[in-house]
Design a protein around this ligand. Structure first.
Ligand code: HSE
Length: 438
């Protein structure tokens, strides 16, 4: 016999409207498959007069938060409005009113997860958040339950669909950064404020959550060094391609003897690496487990329907009682584990890519090579293409890749390079993932 579960959704944007549409259009099919009938009872919005992509049955749309809280038949609140302050207050209110929570709000969980999870636990409720990491790819379920036999040693992920879409379009279709970003917004991949995507913050929110689950140490977002796409130009993507690399905004968490190494930064990965073939708005995460070995999770990381797919999975899991049992029994959430011990900054040893503008004068490359040598950094390749337009004082682009070197040494070399009279502007630097750093 089918069990009816009342649902209230907060937010009717790209994801909220996709979830409402799935419940309304595919509810019967879902019910036959799962034994749970999801009953859409409320959709909370700020502005009742706004035009929306779907028409809801009468009486469902409301601007009054109390409608959800006071309704005993609304058992699960789905928080899809985003943001942090108001979302936090709404989530706590829903927990106190005895509702379980399903959310895609990675920013909120990264910043206030321990407090929210603890509040849910003491209220005897649960928070399910499959949609908060890697969109429609069921990664949270895999890490929390499927890989429970493992000590997870490393996670390498492409966690932001918007950035991956931008990097893909720029190189493949030769479109500018601004055009690629506006397309990502039009297609519903970007956050309401796309700065969060392109400056790496969204990936850092997801990595904080993922690393906490995978490493079973609470990883706070403010401890993750983050670089976004800001410095990257088409020239870097093209130069990387010539060298056999693809640039990805890579989120990494790995156990090292001196602590947890976490970062979000643009990274060159070899064309043959499985993550190199992840294109457009797709996400992929490599997870290295002590028992299973290397696993790879791949799927759409952004967009209404893919994210709604993860939200619906959580709704069913909560409705049948699985989510609450997992939430209470499996102690891997960041309110249940101790704080992470982080590796001291600058200790990561990797090959590096450096692009600099050099005056076309004798001895320029020699000076750059000397600076690198003084820091104990060995050059792997050096490329300068003939520039027929450049006159004496124009910058000629030179691309250097190095053998593995510590980031400390690289930063000292970059700073000395910037002071050289032959170098114009600030060098661009990108780490390279090779078999030693992975
Ligand atoms: N803006 C996010 C992205 C959506 O582009 O990945 C999914 O979290």
């Amino acid at each position: 016999m089918s069990r009816k579960t009342g649902i209230g959704i907060i937010g009717c944007g790209v994801v909220g409207s996709a979830v409402a549409r799935l419940i309304l259009d595919q509810g019967a099919e879902l019910s036959a498959r799962t034994g749970v009938t999801l009953e859409l009872r409320h959709v909370l919005v700020r502005d009742l007069t706004k035009t929306r992509p779907l028409t809801l049955p009468a009486g469902i749309l409301t601007a009054n938060h109390a409608d959800l809280l006071a309704d005993d038949q609304t058992e699960i609140v789905v928080e899809l409005a985003g943001g942090t302050n108001q979302a936090m207050a709404m989530m706590l209110a829903a927990l106190h009113a005895g509702k379980d929570i399903v959310t895609a709000n990675k920013a909120l969980l990264a910043l206030h997860g321990p407090e929210l999870f603890a509040a849910a636990r003491s209220a005897g409720r649960c928070i399910a958040f499959e949609a908060a990491i890697a969109g429609g790819t069921p990664l949270v379920e895999a890490v929390r339950r499927g890989l429970i036999a493992n000590r997870i040693d490393a996670v390498y992920g492409i966690l932001n669909g918007t950035c991956n879409y931008i990097l893909t379009r720029m190189l493949q279709d030769n479109v500018g950064y601004a055009h690629a970003l506006s397309e990502a917004q039009r297609l519903g991949y970007a956050e309401a404020d796309p700065t969060l995507d392109v400056d790496g913050t969204d990936s850092a929110h997801k990595l904080a959550l993922l690393a906490s689950l995978a490493m079973q140490q609470r990883c706070d977002v403010q401890d993750i060094p983050v670089r976004g796409l800001g410095d990257i130009e088409l020239a870097d993507l093209i130069a990387g391609a010539e060298l056999g690399y693809v640039c990805k905004l890579l989120a990494v968490a790995k156990r090292c003897p001196d602590g947890l190494d976490v970062s979000v930064q643009p990274t060159f990965i070899p064309r043959t690496h499985p993550l190199a073939g992840v294109l457009g708005p797709f996400n992929a995460v490599s997870v290295y487990g002590s028992v299973v070995g290397h696993t790879l999770f791949y799927g759409p990381g952004a967009g209404g329907m893919p994210t709604a797919s993860a939200v619906i999975a959580d709704l069913i899991d909560v409705a049948i009682g699985n989510a609450r049992r997992t939430f209470q029994c499996i102690a891997v959430l960041p309110d249940q584990t101790g704080p992470a011990t982080h590796r001291p900054p600058g200790e990561n040893r990797m090959p590096w890519y450096i692009r600099l503008g050099l005056r076309d004068r004798p001895g320029g490359i020699g000076k750059v090579a000397t600076v690198l040598g003084e820091q104990g950094i060995s050059i792997a390749t050096i490329v300068q293409h003939e520039s027929f337009e450049a006159d004496h004082d124009d910058a000629v682009p030179v691309v250097v890749t190095t053998r593995p070197a510590k980031e400390h040494a690289l930063q000292r070399a970059l700073s000395a390079m910037t002071d050289l009279d032959v170098v114009i502007g600030r060098p661009v630097w990108i780490p390279v993932l090779d078999k030693h750093s992975e």
